[in-house]
Design a protein around this ligand. Sequence first.
Ligand SMILES: Cc1cc2nc3c(=O)[nH]c(=O)nc-3n(C[C@H](O)[C@H](O)[C@H](O)COP(=O)(O)OP(=O)(O)OC[C@H]3O[C@@H](n4cnc5c(N)ncnc54)[C@H](O)[C@@H]3O)c2cc1C
Length: 488
Amino acid sequence: MKNKEITAPFGLHWFRRDLRLRGNPGLCWNLEKTRGRVLGIFFFDGSFLARPDFSANRFAFFMASLKRLQEELRERGGDLLVLDGGPEAGFQKLFELLSQRGHPKPATLSFNRDYEPFARARDGAIENFILPLGIELHTERDHLLVEPDEISKDGKPGSFYQVYSPFARRWFEKLLEPEVQNRIRLADKKPVDPCLTWAEPLGHEAQRLDQLESYIAENSKAVTIPIPPAGPAAARAALKRFQNKIDDYARDRDYPAQGGGSGLSIYFKNGSLTIAQAIAELELGREKFATKDGRSTFLRELCWREFYYHILFHCPWVEKQSFVAKYRNIQWENSKKHFELWKNGQTGYPVVDAAMRQLKQTGLMHNRARMIVASFLTKHLLIDWRWGDRYFMKMLLDGDMAANNGGWQWAASTGCDPQPYFRVFNPTLQGEKFDADGEYIRRYVPELRALSTKSIHNPSSIERAAAGYPEPIVEHAAARLRAIRRYQ
Ligand SMILES: Cc1cc2nc3c(=O)[nH]c(=O)nc-3n(C[C@H](O)[C@H](O)[C@H](O)COP(=O)(O)OP(=O)(O)OC[C@H]3O[C@@H](n4cnc5c(N)ncnc54)[C@H](O)[C@@H]3O)c2cc1C
């Protein structure tokens, strides 16, 4: 039996990494277009589980974010269906079900753009599948404030920046443009209240299609860390906490024990919050590139994120190989034994070990510590940056291809605008400088807790033996020289 819900036009919004309602541009467009008759969908692709960068912990956080989204939609009378199979199979299944029940196809489909190579190929295929069906397809920007092709070198279409500073200068100028200012202003625009009653006629069948609970239950067995609070409310709470600290950000951000960062990367990753929303809430956007205060420094960090997306978009091959061609044939040592010791925080360099253990215990690592351990792996141990990149993606809750790849290639000196190859961090000095009183080391390397601040960064052999802590697996000066020679 048909009723008015069945025949009135409705839309689908395909959620991917935009897991929120508030200020969601694709969803807002669709809600306006269909007068609030939008069903949220998410396609779970089983092949994702087999990807080398799959992380059960990050997946658990993602699923928790998805769950919040589903709850939020249900509270408003709408719904989110989490469908099995990739998007093409999922769309087909949904359309078949609609047709069996006498519903028309959806009038609209919206989604927000993604820039990773895999996602771009997938979205292209879906466009080709959807458009011939007469469904109006609409995509929006969401994940980035300035999209990768909106900044080009010397204004030449298709050209791109390979060096951060000129890119960032341009990005800061771009933020002042009225269109971008307007976008920041609208970033928090609430979607019209959804009244998604059309999902009702799908009845129990829709609920049976929904796989979210079973994914959560199945994956939870593999989770190894406490999963932080997920979803937009948790993201807003983190943002509020950071609001009180932003003026000290330039000073505090480099010290792993201080927690001077915003803690927002996990929320940006899934779109529980966007950088446009953070900029709006923190009342940023008119700062100057070169100013050294907390607010400009924070904006420059957000800009690193957009820079690495700019690079990944224009050079998708960086996912698999070095940006700089001459470093594609570095003769890596690739010692499996050293790699295991590094992963397990047993290198004998306290700050490196603290960082690696933080990663294992929390799924996160402070930015300074990421730089130290990535430099140590690639330079001291001469292990291929791709091994480290992959391990980080397995472990990090905020694991994000563009930023992770950019960070690794920066540290390994193989990327665009990298750390010069001859700059090899001395891990002991890095510890002394950025963890002066050893608080970070004491937190994650408990066997060294009782050591004095003077010796904690480089314990004597006697202290190591007494604490059950290993000798350094490589000697710094010799490893440094070996790395420089190898790169030369
Ligand atoms: C080897 C290596 C791997 C990294 N892997 C990732 C990753 O997988 N995902 C990820 O989000 N960040 C990654 N980073 C960047 C950075 O370490 C994290 O973004 C940051 O530690 C997250 O904490 P926060 O949100 O408190 O950062 P804040 O200091 O508060 O910075 C604010 C935001 O700016 C962005 N940002 C900050 N620093 C960088 C940077 N160097 N590159 C790109 N974006 C940045 C992030 O979105 C971050 O949330 C990596 C850095 C290195 C050196």
